[in-house]
Design a protein around this ligand. Structure first.
Ligand SMILES: Cc1ncc(COP(=O)(O)O)c(C=O)c1O
Length: 370
């Protein structure tokens, strides 16, 4: 008898569930017969893209018949200047998600151990599973990566450790001194992936000098993205900073034109838009202060986030509350797994979006019995 299609697929696909995309906002509005729904589910910048990026995009559109620059020459030059690295330290990806994938494909083999915090960004565990690795999950301590315990979880079989800083879905960050102690404790031949997707939101005194490990040629990669504070999530562009030898290996698995031309042009312009960056930070800080106060007033708990989202414990079924919020036109992210069953993750929006969320949440909590 012919084999089932599933039997022809990689055995590591078993047990993996596909990412469930949210419905387009227009479709949610049409189905519910509402207008003006707000999306606070994917940690995007509520102010939108930088105006400088938009201008660069208009020019770049005229060149849409050309393939992108496969080497990302100008963007790498700009990033290198900005970060005090060389273009040889940089690798570009279709979102930093693609760079996580390239790291997994380059380095992870069946039987390797991968150390991950729990809970952390779900993609780390998924990629490790797909490569046939054993995932060692280290519980958070006070909602933050327990770097001491993660270093202790490293064995001779450990190939890679993922550190999300700030962590998604908690929004918490480790202290720079903790990161230093961690890197000192990790054996030199274990690869450390430091995912800094939200680092531009973090107060300066809390930002570790992670690029120093890259300069010192530690086997580490620091990942950042244009999807969050830079407001370019729809264009899919992120970058990795690593020792040139690691970049050279990643370049072997990278598809030739993985980052599109519009994304490269917009990213380069956004990088220099200090006004957009500082207003984005300010809106986020004000929004966080407002939401913290209102959530406290509602008696709800949330870890101390330094990112652009909050993980809120509703003390009742998170999915039911998220569904009720959705019916009121407020889209937030319910979280899976037994551990976060009573939580939702909400992105910090503009002041009207934050007020809309709080008003809707207040009325849902009054109507849904806990
Ligand atoms: C911690 C973390 N890392 C990586 C990513 C992926 O970002 P990108 O849009 O650059 O693929 C996200 C996106 O939500 C994230 O939260």
């Amino acid at each position: 008898m012919a084999k089932l299609l599933e039997d022809l697929a990689s055995p590591y696909l078993h047990g993996l569930v596909p990412y469930t995309p949210g419905k387009p906002i227009g479709e949610v509005e049409r189905e519910l017969g509402i207008t003006g729904a707000v999306k606070l589910a994917s940690n995007e910048n509520p102010l939108g893209p930088s105006p400088l990026a938009l201008r660069a995009l208009r020019d770049a559109l005229l060149e849409s018949h050309r393939y992108p620059d496969g080497g990302g020459y100008y963007l790498k030059q700009g990033l290198a200047r900005h970060l005090d690295l060389t273009p040889g330290h940089l690798v570009l990806g279709n979102g930093c998600n693609e760079l996580l994938e390239l790291m997994a494909r380059c380095f992870l083999l069946p039987g390797d151990e991968v150390v991950i915090a729990d809970p952390a960004f779900v993609i780390y565990g998924m990629l490790a599973h797909l490569q046939g690795c054993t995932t060692v999950r280290v519980p958070l301590k006070a909602w933050t990566h327990d770097l001491e315990a993660m270093a202790k979880a490293v064995t001779p079989k450990t190939k890679m450790v993922f550190v999300g800083n700030p962590n998604n879905p908690t929004g918490t960050a480790v202290r720079p001194a903790e990161m230093t102690a961690f890197m000192d404790a990790i054996p030199a031949d274990v690869i450390v992936v430091i995912d800094e997707a939200y680092i531009e939101y973090v107060p300066t005194e809390m930002v570790p000098d992670s690029l120093e490990y890259v300069r010192q040629e530690r086997w580490s990669i620091v990942l950042r993205t244009f999807s969050k504070i830079y407001g370019l999530a729809g264009l899919r562009i992120g970058y990795g900073m690593a020792p040139p030898a690691m970049v050279a290996l990643l370049e072997r698995v990278r598809a030739p034109f993985n980052v599109n031309a519009l994304a490269q042009r917009a990213a380069l312009a956004a990088l220099d838009d200090q006004a957009h960056l500082s207003s984005s930070r300010k809106v986020n800080e004000l929004g966080r202060a407002y939401l913290s106060e209102e959530l406290n007033r509602l008696g709800l708990e949330f870890p101390p986030s330094v990112a652009n989202f909050l993980l809120v414990d509703l003390k009742q079924d998170g999915r039911a509350v998220a569904d009720a919020l959705l019916r009121m036109g407020v889209i937030v992210r319910p979280l899976g797994g037994a551990q976060l069953k009573t939580h939702i993750r909400v992105t910090i929006g503009t002041p009207p979006e934050n007020e809309r969320f709080i008003d809707a949440l207040r009325s849902v909590l009054q109507s849904v019995p806990s």
